[in-house]
Design a protein. Structure first.
Length: 118
């Protein structure tokens, strides 16, 4: 079985081909650095993503993201919890908005503040 995708671990953007053999072993082709091989294997066996979004609050809009990548299958669960979490105070850049979001061992961290001008 073959999987094709572009590596996102560095700016080169290598076109990877990951071959999965019948015994479950993986072979990565097309990578120009060790990070590409690592990424290719992870993308086939355990894909993960950083969740980045914005949230409207009564204090303005905050930009937020996970501090570590979460399993791809949990991406929309994380977004749902972010959407359902009430904002009760003003945040600063670097503050944790949600600890251990959806029990993923990742925190939602504030990365930007955009105060509303009235």
């Amino acid at each position: 079985m073959k999987f094709n995708f572009t590596c996102i671990r560095c700016p080169i953007g290598c076109e990877l081909v990951v071959e999965k053999n019948k015994n479950g072993s993986l072979k990565v082709l097309g990578n120009r650095c060790p990070r590409g091989e690592e990424y290719g294997k992870q993308e086939v066996t355990d894909p993960r993503r950083i969740v980045t979004t914005v949230k409207q609050t009564k204090f303005g809009t905050i930009s937020i993201k996970t501090d570590v990548a979460v399993k791809k299958k949990n991406y929309f669960k994380v977004l749902k919890q972010i959407n359902e979490t009430a904002v009760t105070k003003k945040y600063k850049i670097g503050d944790v908005f949600i600890k251990n979001v959806c029990k993923t061992h990742s925190n939602i961290v504030v990365t930007g503040i955009h105060e509303e001008i009235i």
